[in-house]
Ligand binder design. Sequence first.
Ligand SMILES: [Zn+2]
Length: 116
Amino acid sequence: MIFTKNSRKQFLKQKETARALVHERLQYFNSLYQFTFHRVSIRNQRSRWGSCSQAGNLNFNYRIIFLPGDLVDYIIVHELCHLKEMNHSARFWHLVAQTIPDYAARRRYLKKIRIR
Ligand SMILES: [Zn+2]
């Protein structure tokens, strides 16, 4: 599945929409997890949907706004849980499963979506 064109113009147009969505979902899920994070950045990337730095900064691809809500939530929760577990260990997936019990199906679905 191919998605959107990698245009800077589109990125600048959609960035604030993406930021609002990301903040809303982060706030919702972090009211459950209560983790601490610092900066939240919205980026124009081809290779990934999100990332979490050692310093506790969260980054998300602006194209998240084009995804169905259940995949958005999976990406948000995945990066949030990296604040606690910087790996993909059983403990990490257990944290994810606390709010997204069907995370494995969402992860498989997300992997099929390619960014152009
Ligand atoms: Zn991860």
